[in-house]
Unconditional design. Structure first.
Length: 215
């Protein structure tokens, strides 16, 4: 995974946490509401805590910087956390604890990935065995020697000029639609792989042990 000028912001939500991330690789850590409790179990103090604290009591006075949100609002706690990270100059985000809880919040977090991609950023949502990211009018590349399933979905109605190279089922200048899962369950072949879209936004899902490389 490439890095932006201000490198990587880690965000921790109140969902399920499946693997212990390398906290040292984070340049900034934000806890979104109940994510603060998870960090506390591992002795990690975030740079910022934000939320309406419906799933967690607010951090004590004298703790990390805290932003208390109203419980009735348009933004989810995670989206508000992403906005704060964006305003701090970050364009690359790794989201943990953003799946496995409420399905509606998982879908909301996936939509956040698409929103980041459309603004020129990149988000990675870590699930149990997979990573979910979004690509808008661009590409994503993978090194040789990796295996496993990779799935691609359009989340912008129609995505045109879609190519999938180095995979078991290649595509060349194809059209993907959000109403038909043509890109589900492709496979890495061991060759270098790439996925690109000329116009539209794609969701790309691949195993957590696969590392993206600069295209």
């Amino acid at each position: 995974m490439g890095k932006s000028k201000k490198h990587t912001c880690f965000l921790f939500g109140a969902g399920e946490h499946y693997q212990l991330p390398d906290f040292q690789s984070a340049d900034f850590i934000i806890a979104a509401d109940g994510g603060f409790a998870y960090l506390g179990k591992h002795g990690v103090v975030p740079d910022l805590v934000i939320g309406d604290f419906d799933s967690l009591s607010a951090p004590p006075a004298g703790g990390p910087k805290t932003i208390v949100l109203p419980q009735e609002k348009d933004d989810t706690d995670m989206l508000a956390a992403l906005r704060e990270g964006w305003d701090c100059g970050f364009r690359r985000f790794c989201i943990y604890g953003g799946t496995g809880g409420r399905l509606d919040h998982t879908i909301a977090n996936i939509q956040c990935l698409a929103g980041l991609a459309c603004r020129g950023g990149r988000g990675y949502l870590f699930a149990r065995d997979t990573v979910i990211t979004a690509v808008h009018n661009g590409s994503i590349a993978f090194p040789a020697g990796v295996g496993g399933i990779v799935s691609v979905f359009s989340c912008s109605g129609t995505s045109t000029g879609v190519s999938e190279q180095g995979l078991k089922y290649p595509l060349n200048n194809a059209t993907l639609r959000s109403t038909y899962p043509l890109g589900v369950s492709n496979r890495f072949t061991g060759a270098p792989g790439s996925i690109s879209v000329q116009s539209g936004t794609l969701l790309v899902i691949y195993p957590t042990n696969v590392q993206e490389v600069d295209p």
